[in-house]
Every structure is written in structure tokens, then in C-alpha cells.
Design a binder for this molecule. Structure first.
Ligand code: ZN
Length: 455
């Protein structure tokens, strides 16, 4: 991601030419901010609001992410980048008041499963053969902004096609150079040869040596786990089973042995990090849960025994339901190969059953989408599918707020509107509890006390 421009820090001596270059970038950013209706160009360059300033956000209804009854005529008092207080609006004052009228305010949404540096519609094998990490960097910046503007102020990146480009994207966002969600990133897939994350599905005579993500056997899994964490990964993404979106071992099959899964968790735990398991098949799900992973992503063929096991171990369930619809209905425009569509068809119905089982067992169901397979910014379409399958709108919202934050180990900073958390909040015009699809039309986005989107 070397292509992303960053502001030279004030304590560094910079030459005239680079200052001029930065001034030009700032001017473009300012113009873009005006064109896009952002509150100020500053919002594109800064991560948080000044600590001395207070802002009051008022609205007819506030949902705090904890699942309780919404607060009527409430307000959120913000100081700098943090929430100071939330309560009835009457009597609360601040330096600046943002009155959102009849809107509903919610915590910034969280998507546990995105692929931000992937260009939608580009098959990963052709990306490896015909593009450079520079393209991933540029699309990563564009997709991060799109995702933020859709109301997602926090996300996990579940692995880029070009390894570690997500780490550079996180850096640029944290520095305030690129607007985007707060990120936890995987850095690189941990996959077995011929498994779901084996991106190099070429002739045996063709290789892309820079993409060395494969690990076979306990020692190699330990090594790549360490390599990813050494290079800045926030968590480990392991491919426990085959996938829909790649060749090789089928989605229903367990691709890593119990011992290989266990060593990834053992090693990540030493580093104080979690493991997220991509898992479709029932046996692979159970093996990953037994190994102690934090989240089961997709979980398409979860069975009764697996659900019981997840409950027992406190594993988070992160199904991705909308993406299946996108693969089946929009495969032409999304440029999804026929064999992948066939793989998805074979799992039709099992995902709905798995979701019902997860609800019946009261598993913590977190919000996840696989955005990147379908266009970034359409993440919120997942809500409607979940509610259609019987989840209450409030439970679906909790999945994208409190529960997702817990799954990330970030309950102390995001996911709920409570004192001390980051001032990450969004607003929608109509009541999302009456029509969950309202979350597809987010009108206001604040991250770290800074307004990124307003009407
Ligand atoms: Zn994925």
C-alpha cells in the first residue's frame, strides 16, 4: 500500500516539494469533501475531534446497542472523540448541538467479515496474475470510505488477495489519511495446500512467489501464524474447511486437522490474539470450535452437536447470508465463475437451517457479510435476510453492535453508546425496528466525534 499518500507529520523536516505535493492532496481532499457533502475537509484527514470540544447529538429515538428499549427524545454528549454521557435531551448542553429531529440514532455498525482491498468483480486468480498490490491499495481506500459512509464505523478485514495490503490500509485509516472504519485485519490467509485459501490455483508450472500463505502440518501452521502476527495482523484467519469462492477441497470438507487448528489457536493466544475460522462443513466447524477459535465465519452447515459445542465454548457465530443470494442472483455482474455458483447452489438451504439452529441455541450471532464478493457499501442488506429468517430487528442490530464488538474484544471502545466509548454513531430517518432495511439508508455518520456524513 505504498501508493497511499500520507500527511507528513509536523515534527518531521520535509522538503518544499513534498509540502507542495501534500498541499495539493489536501486541496483535492477538501474539494472532495465539499462535493460529497462532508461536514468539513478536516474530517477526511483527522481521526478524532479536539478533546476540549463538546457536541450534543439529539434525536427522537436512540438505540444504544445493548438490546433494551430505545431512549425517546434522547441525546448523546460527546467530548472530543468519546461519549461522555447519554440520556434525556432536556437539560443537556454543549458547544455545538446536532439536532437530528425525528431520526433514530444507533452505534456505528460493525461488519466482522469484509475483504476491503478486493476490487469487486475481479477473480483473485486473475488479480494475482494481472495486477499489483498498488491496485489493492487504491481500491482498499475507496472501499473503506464507501463502507464508512454506509454506516460501518468498525470492521474486520478477513484477508486480502495481495497479502498485508489490509495492514497498510488500517495504518492509513488510523493515521487519518484515508476515511474508513476502525479495522482489525488478518494480513494473510492461513490455508492448507489445495484448500480454500490456496489462491494459486494455476498450472503446477506457474507460481506467484510473493503469495506464500500456505502452511501444511503443525510446524508450518505455527510458523505462518507467527509470520502474520509479526507483520501486524490483529487476528488469525484460518481456513478450517473448503470454500465456495475457490477451487480445491469442497466447502463441506474439513481441510485442516484438529492438531493444525489447535496450534494456530495456541500460538495466537500467546500473542493475546484471536483466531477467526472460515468454516462451512459441520465437522470443520466442530473441529475449529474444539480448538478454541473466537468466531465461526459462514458456519453454513452447522449441526445440532456443533451448536451445542459453540454454546458451551462461548464461540461467536458470524454467518454470511446475503452473499449467497448475491452469488446466485448477480453472478453475471459480479463476474463469479460457474463452478463457484454451483458450489453455492449445493449449500442452498443449509445456511438458513444453520441460522435457525444458532437462534434456537441462543448463540451470540454477530453481523458479517463477505463484502467484496458483492459491492462494498451494501453490507446492510444482510439485516433484511436475518430478520426474514425470524431474528428480531433489535437482535439483528445487537449482532452488528454489542455482540460484534465483543467478538473483536473491543467492547470497551465500540459497539454501544455508553460513556467512555468512541463517539461512533449513525442515524437513519425512519425506525429500523419497524423496517430493518432502513439501515441500508444511513443518513448520518460520526466516527470518533467527527461527522463524516450528514444530510
Ligand atoms: Zn470471506
Amino acid at each position: 500500500m505504498r501508493g497511499v499518500l500520507v500527511c507528513p507529520s509536523m515534527d518531521t523536516k520535509v522538503d518544499q516539494a513534498s509540502m507542495r505535493q501534500w498541499a495539493a492532496v489536501a486541496a483535492i481532499a477538501a474539494a472532495a469533501a465539499v462535493a460529497l457533502g462532508s461536514a468539513s475537509p478536516r474530517a477526511l484527514q483527522t481521526t478524532s475531534a479536539p478533546a476540549t470540544r463538546t457536541v450534543l447529538v439529539k434525536a427522537a429515538q436512540i438505540i444504544d446497542g445493548r438490546g433494551g428499549a430505545p431512549l425517546r427524545n434522547g441525546a448523546v454528549l460527546i467530548r472530543g472523540d468519546r461519549i461522555e454521557r447519554i440520556g434525556p435531551a432536556a437539560g443537556m448542553t454543549a458547544d455545538r448541538t446536532i439536532d437530528l429531529g425525528s431520526a433514530t440514532v444507533l452505534p456505528g455498525l460493525i461488519d466482522l467479515h469484509t475483504h476491503l482491498t478486493d476490487e469487486v468483480g475481479t477473480n483473485w486468480e486473475s488479480a494475482l496474475l494481472t495486477t499489483t498490490p498498488g491496485r489493492a491499495a487504491i481500491y482498499g481506500a475507496v472501499n473503506a470510505r464507501t463502507t464508512l459512509m454506509a454506516g460501518f464505523t468498525t470492521a474486520r478485514d478477513m484477508g486480502p488477495t495481495w497479502p498485508y495490503t489490509d495492514i497498510d490500509l488500517r495504518y492509513a485509516i488510523d493515521k487519518g489519511s484515508v476515511p474508513g472504519p476502525r479495522l482489525q485485519v488478518a494480513g494473510n490467509y492461513v490455508s492448507a495446500t489445495g484448500g480454500a485459501g490456496d489462491a494459486r490455483q494455476f498450472s503446477i508450472y506457474v507460481d506467484v512467489p510473493i503469495v506464500r500463505n500456505l502452511a501444511d502440518g503443525v510446524d508450518e501452521v505455527r510458523r505462518v501464524t507467527r509470520t502474520n502476527l509479526k507483520n501486524g495482523a490483529d487476528f488469525i484467519k484460518i481456513l478450517a474447511t473448503g470454500a465456495v469462492m475457490s477451487k480445491g477441497i469442497p466447502p463441506g470438507a474439513q481441510q485442516y486437522s484438529d492438531a493444525e487448528l489447535a496450534v494456530a489457536v495456541e500460538e495466537a493466544t500467546r500473542w493475546g490474539k484471536f483466531v477467526a475460522a472460515h468454516a462451512h462443513g459441520a465437522e470443520g466447524i466442530k473441529a475449529a470450535v474444539r480448538a478454541g477459535v473466537r468466531t465461526i465465519d459462514h458456519g453454513s452447515m452447522l449441526d445440532e452437536e456443533g451448536a451445542r459445542l459453540m454454546k458451551e465454548k462461548g464461540t461467536f457465530f458470524a454467518p454470511t447470508l446475503y452473499v449467497g443470494h448475491a452469488i446466485l442472483n448477480d453472478n453475471q455482474t459480479l463476474n463469479i465463475p460457474a463452478y463457484q455458483v454451483e458450489r453455492e447452489k449445493a449449500m442452498q438451504g443449509t445456511q438458513e437451517k444453520a441460522f435457525a439452529l444458532a437462534m434456537a441455541h441462543h448463540l451470540p450471532i454477530a453481523f458479517a457479510t463477505d463484502a467484496g464478493v458483492f459491492p462494498h457499501g451494501e453490507n446492510a442488506r444482510e439485516f433484511k435476510i436475518r430478520v426474514g429468517l425470524g431474528q428480531s430487528p433489535m437482535a439483528a442490530i445487537e449482532g452488528a453492535t454489542r455482540i460484534a464488538a465483543e467478538a473483536m474484544g473491543w467492547s470497551d471502545r465500540v459497539g454501544t453508546l455508553q460513556a467512555g466509548r468512541f463517539a461512533d454513531l449513525i442515524a437513519v430517518d425512519k425506525d429500523p425496528l419497524a423496517d430493518i432495511s432502513e439501515l441500508e439508508r444511513v443518513q448520518f455518520v460520526m466516527k470518533g466525534g467527527l461527522v463524516h456524513k450528514t444530510k
